[in-house]
Design a protein around this ligand. Structure first.
Ligand SMILES: [Mn+2]
Length: 282
């Protein structure tokens, strides 16, 4: 049995095409998209439509699907203020989806697949605690265990955009990384291959180069850089550098922006300039 796990596509269609090409050759029995197909990238709607068209694929919800769903739930209420300006990128994406998130809202949060011997492969976007509560490769054993629930044979996680395979007591923990915007210094798309053969589970991470020029161009031509707001510039650089940019910025500036001590655009510009990164718009 061969299972492919894709995650965190984040609207990067050229990267998704590279993975698709590889799947065509590998011929998995099952394909699971473990959340965050949408938002944070230039072609969210196209990525979503692409995965939706694939017959038999299991599509799961991540925190970024939830962000779009929340915009629909709120309607036109609370669409101003400093927190909204920080979260504006997901609203831009919501507009790209023509404000229609009906299909996203129906997605399941998790899935379990079973080997012939009854052992479980359990999938969650982040962990059993929450779809934003991820599992890091070097986290203490007790901390990892607290996020797995009743320990399955294999736990497939995503969310942190950093692929890894790690045995934690009786559970093989597999992070499929990110198709669209990995961190850790390697920009290539990642996905996980999980196999059941000779009565045991095994996992392998695949890394695939793709045409980055195409994605870069889509960040410009889609309107993402011009319209999705200053946090979108951080996201663009995180994609381009394949290293964390958004969370370091949030850690330094979120409170100050929310308190009105500094303008969002000033805070982003200041951070990017200090990091030697261009302000791509503004
Ligand atoms: Mn996520």
């Amino acid at each position: 049995m061969k299972i492919a796990i894709l995650s965190d596509i984040h609207g990067n269609v050229p990267a998704l095409h590279a993975v698709m090409e590889h799947l065509t050759r590998w011929q998995p029995d099952q394909v699971v998209v473990n959340g965050d197909t949408v938002n944070r990238g230039p072609a969210s709607m196209a990525a979503w439509q692409f995965v939706q068209r694939q017959p038999g694929w299991h599509l799961l919800k991540g925190n970024h699907e939830d962000y779009l769903i929340e915009h629909q739930n709120k309607g036109t209420v609370a669409q101003n203020g400093r927190i909204f300006s920080i979260n504006y990128m997901s609203y831009w994406t919501f507009l790209q989806h023509q404000r229609d998130v009906t299909a996203l809202a129906k997605l399941a949060d998790g899935l379990s697949l079973f080997a012939p011997d009854g052992t479980e492969l359990r999938l969650r976007h982040a962990s059993m605690k929450h779809n934003r509560d991820g599992i890091w490769p070097n986290a203490e054993v007790a901390k990892v265990q607290g996020r797995l629930g009743t320990p399955p044979a294999v736990f497939a996680t995503a969310h942190i955009h950093l692929p890894f395979v790690r045995q934690v007591r009786q559970t093989l923990v597999v992070n499929s990384g990110s198709v669209g915007t990995p961190i850790g210094g390697d920009w290539r798309a990642s996905y996980a291959q999980i196999t059941w053969q000779q009565r045991s589970w095994a996992a392998n991470i695949v890394r695939l180069a793709y045409d980055r020029g195409q994605t870069r161009q889509q960040y410009a031509t889609s309107g993402f850089l011009a319209e999705a707001g200053p946090v979108g510039w951080l996201v663009f650089h995180e994609w381009e550098q394949a290293t964390g940019v958004v969370y370091p910025w949030l850690a330094e500036y979120y409170e100050a922006v929310v308190a009105g001590e500094i303008e969002l655009e000033t805070a982003v510009t200041r951070y990017l300039t200090r990091q030697g990164l261009a302000v791509p718009w503004g």
